[in-house]
Design a protein around this ligand. Structure first.
Ligand SMILES: Nc1nc2c([nH]c(=O)n2[C@@H]2O[C@H](COP(=O)(O)OP(=O)(O)OP(=O)(O)O)[C@@H](O)[C@H]2O)c(=O)[nH]1
Length: 377
């Protein structure tokens, strides 16, 4: 594509492999002559015209490091990122890359063969690095990769709290002291150590909800907490946002509202908080909405969308009659989502491998994620 002044605008699709074995991640190193050179990178390269992203991924991984990822291990999509680079040659005005990012989880046998490799098939340096150091930005990566790190920061397993009912029969919009104590005690006992937890509270005043979240965070300083977006805003405005809060959540209704804003040419009304965003969705239409919102946030350098809960996958104990997606439909919908998909509904933490075989990346739930047997902290 050329502009009136003859400057070219390039657009390239790239397959990117986030290869890891447990908490060790594989990075290559880009030569100084390459675009975004002298930086670490994930293994990957351009998708050819005749290829699907996953085919290109398999080819690139084989060409670059000699690993056949079709035979063993597990591949699942993480998301799609479009990023405009302006740091390029005089003849090109800009270059937009569309990164199709996949998680490639190696089997123990694959890792045993590759753990000592320090050089790829094209002579490039290879490094196995710890997840902690990778996420701490110890390795300078191409600009577009910041979003990938944000995705990886969210835990693989997310607990959701039981609802806490508020009693507004007396027009007080207050949670009874007794039910609050019970709710806190139960979650204090049942949430696993260092869990990532979406604190789901029935609608009530933000003041009431804030009180509950502050009490939970005071008792369990080890938790990583996700709360709904209006509550995050409220706590931030009152300077009370606990440090444990790692993300703000949009319900399906909030997501659709944001989409309407964008369709009417308005900006989203999500606050300027830089807290990453998670969203709930149930249909192809809502996945499109997630993709539009995620790209908008990225283009405007706003808080990134780091995960989409897609539910219900299986029947749940509380709503066995509710129609659910089933794995086949889940896999089709998840494939179209441009941020990592969190499977929810009738699942247990042990289902993570099945989730990943079906294009999801993380697993969430209530009953089977909270355990009374968990050791008291
Ligand atoms: N392989 C890889 N490429 C990435 C990553 N992140 C990212 O923005 N890119 C961009 O995606 C494009 C990948 O192109 P490439 O590696 O096939 O080719 P290249 O531009 O380095 O060299 P070439 O044009 O001589 O083949 C580059 O513009 C690169 O900056 C990443 O983690 N891995």
């Amino acid at each position: 594509m050329s502009t009136a002044s003859g400057e070219r605008m390039k657009y390239i699709d790239v397959a990117v492999a986030v290869i890891h074995y447990q908490e060790k991640y594989l990075l290559g190193y880009r030569g100084s002559h390459q675009h975004q050179g002298d930086r670490y990178e994930f293994v990957g390269g351009k998708i050819e015209a005749s290829e699907q992203p996953k085919q290109a991924l398999i080819r690139e991984v084989y060409e670059e490091i000699g690993l056949d990822i079709t035979s063993d291990g597990c591949i699942n999509p993480l998301g799609v990122l479009r990023h405009e680079y302006l740091d390029i040659s005089d003849t090109d005005r800009s270059k937009t890359v569309c990164l199709h990012v996949f998680r490639v989880q190696l089997s123990p046998d694959q890792f045993a063969v590759f753990r000592d490799k320090t050089q790829g098939c094209e002579g490039q340096r290879l490094h196995w690095v710890s997840k902690q150091r990778l996420l701490d930005n110890q390795y300078v990566l191409p600009e577009a990769n910041q979003s990938i790190l944000q995705w990886l920061r969210l835990d693989d397993v997310i607990c959701i709290t039981n609802q806490l009912s508020f009693n507004d029969t007396q027009g007080l919009d207050a949670v009874t002291e007794q039910s609050l104590v019970q709710w806190l005690e139960y979650h204090h006992q049942s949430l696993p150590q260092s869990a990532t937890v979406y604190v789901r509270l029935a609608s009530s005043s933000l003041k009431q909800q804030g009180r509950v979240v502050l009490k939970l965070c005071a008792r369990r300083t080890d938790l990583n907490v996700i709360i709904q977006q209006p509550l995050a805003d409220y706590l931030s405005q009152t300077n009370k946002l606990p440090v444990q809060v790692i993300a703000q959540h949009l319900t399906q209704a909030m997501l659709e509202h944001q989409l309407q804003q964008l369709q009417h040419g308005k900006n989203t009304s999500i606050s300027q908080l830089s807290l990453p965003i998670t969203v709930s969705c149930h249909s192809q239409y809502q996945i499109q909405a997630v993709n539009i919102l995620a790209q908008y946030q990225l283009n405007h350098k706003l808080a990134p969308v780091i995960g989409a809960y897609l539910s219900p996958v299986q029947p749940t104990q509380t709503h066995p009659e509710q129609p659910c997606l089933g794995w086949e439909q889940f896999a089709i919908l998840a494939e179209h989502c441009e941020v990592p998909v969190i499977a929810l509904g009738g699942l247990a933490p042990q289902d993570l491998a099945t989730v990943r075989r079906n294009n999801g990346d993380k697993v969430a739930g209530i009953r089977q994620f909270l355990t009374q047997e968990h050791q008291k902290i």
